[in-house]
Design a protein around this ligand. Structure first.
Ligand code: PRP
Ligand code: MN
Ligand code: MG
Length: 181
């Protein structure tokens, strides 16, 4: 059974996503000349975007991953997360670019940015493919934004609902009947 049957509408096609990665990668390539670029990704949603974006960056750069988990119900308001897998390397002197698939409430990233800032990097910025500013709960902006999206349940290209749909090659709006049943 195809997962496409659960999609109400395709929001961003494969071609659009490919073009956006090329555009963002070119800008990052320009901005990080002579820097010590380290792409930091929080698993799992951003892996697809990272994989495409990094191939559009024409510079030496390293990548690293973090796994975080929520501490419980209080987390929703505090944004405090438990680090399940930390970065493998020292951040001092590195130019950190956090790569995210979507910036929603901003709670997790706002906490993580502060945490990484404390490790003495040369700089720290955020690149997000999708931005839902209407849902923001903290004052946080990405430095590189692919697309602003409406407050709909979007899946695909790494984004999941209940761990599914991550492997769709496009970004689509999920049919409400899928998550209300
Ligand atoms: C999703 C998404 C972002 C985050 C955005 O991750 O991939 O990382 O939520 O939400 P926020 O701005 O409100 O923090 P999720 O926690 O679903 O984990 P996943 O990446 O493994 O899907
Ligand atoms: Mn995520
Ligand atoms: Mg998710």
């Amino acid at each position: 059974m195809s997962q496409s049957n659960d999609i109400l509408q395709v929001l961003l096609t494969e071609e659009q996503l490919k073009a956006k990665c090329a555009e963002m990668g070119a800008q990052i390539t320009k901005d990080y000349q002579g820097k010590n670029l380290l792409l930091v990704t929080v698993l799992k949603g951003a892996v697809v975007y990272l994989a495409d974006l990094m191939r559009c960056i024409d510079l030496p750069c390293a990548i690293d991953f973090m796994v975080v988990s929520s501490y419980g119900s209080g987390v929703k308001t505090s944004g405090v997360v438990k680090i399940v897998k930390d970065l493998d390397q020292d951040l001092s002197g590195k130019d950190i670019l956090i790569v995210e698939d979507i910036l929603d409430s901003g709670m997790t990233l706002s906490y993580l940015k502060g945490l990484l800032q404390g490790r003495n990097p040369a700089s720290i910025r955020i690149a997000t493919l999708l931005d839902k500013p209407s849902r923001r709960k903290v004052d946080l902006q990405a430095d590189y934004v692919g697309y602003e999206v409406p407050d709909e349940f979007v899946v695909g290209y790494g984004l999941d609902y209940d761990e599914k749909y991550r492997n769709l090659p496009y970004v689509g709006i999920l049919k409400p009947e899928v998550y209300t049943k």
